[in-house]
Design a protein around this ligand. Structure first.
Ligand code: SAM
Length: 236
């Protein structure tokens, strides 16, 4: 996939090559040094321009070791967590992937770079539309962004070789487990509202196994098969 350089407003003053240098530094210090070994994942993180997925005024911070706001009180995940999830999912070219929590579209672009066909669902319709537009603008192929409740998956395109859930659930949503293909991998943060464990869920010969990866902090997965919005504490 050839990614065009993002042509949106650049209020940061940084040049394309300046961003490239920072991306290289991000991959070496934040990702490879912390144990990510899959060269294809490292290459995807090196090539996909994270600064194009954050609001222009935050472009300067795009390669910092942290999540960033993307509007609508939501965030783009920390680069290291994106790398952990992507490596654990073991993407092969031609895999069909479901991403729940499309946000900015960055994780979906990483999956596309690795050759997956991606259905990405986002609860916030404005973020979903902006993510789809951004991905088209960047010439990212094979990603469809849909607005809706991804805790129920997306049955018309099931089963999925890979399901990545980028918001935290109290338990594995059963519709997602049902929509995972035989031999499929799901990566999902499971736990409470403040802290979770990233879990790798595998389905082999009808048996489901779960392995913990790292502790993490994601925003809640709000939906029918996850947290009910009315039960969540009001953010001040
Ligand atoms: N993966 C995203 C990226 O690359 O920018 C970041 C995801 S952000 C940490 C979590 C997203 O999950 C938020 O945009 C939020 O609106 C979304 N979300 C929460 N509950 C959802 C649901 N039931 N279905 C779809 N999206 C949901």
């Amino acid at each position: 996939m050839t990614l065009k350089f993002w042509n949106g407003p650049n209020t940061s003053g940084s040049t394309a090559s300046g961003f490239e240098l920072r991306r290289r530094d991000m991959v070496e210090r934040q990702i490879r040094r912390r144990g990510i070994r899959d060269e294809r994942v490292l290459e995807a993180m090196l090539k996909v321009p994270r600064h194009a997925f954050v609001p222009p005024k935050l472009a300067e911070l795009a390669y910092d070791d942290k999540p960033l706001p993307i509007g609508a009180a939501e965030t783009i995940s920390q680069p290291y967590i994106v790398a952990v999830m992507t490596e654990a999912a073991q993407i092969h070219a031609g895999d069909k992937a479901l991403e729940v929590g499309a946000g900015s579209g960055y994780q979906a672009a990483i999956l596309s770079f690795l050759g997956a066909k991606v259905i990405a669902i986002e609860r916030n319709a404005g973020l979903a539309a902006a993510a789809q537009e951004r991905l088209i603008h960047l010439s990212v192929a094979n990603v469809s962004v849909l607005a809706g409740d991804g805790s129920e998956g997306y049955a018309p395109e099931a089963p999925y070789d890979v399901i990545l859930v980028t918001a935290a659930a109290p338990a594995i949503p059963s519709p997602l487990l049902d929509q995972l293909a035989e031999g499929g991998r799901m990566v999902i943060p499971i736990g409470g509202l403040r802290e979770q464990e990233l879990a790798l869920v595998s389905k082999t010969a009808g048996q489901v196994s779960t392995r913990g990866l790292v502790s993490c902090q994601f925003v809640p997965l709000i939906g029918k098969a996850a947290w009910a919005e009315e039960t969540l504490p009001i953010e001040k």
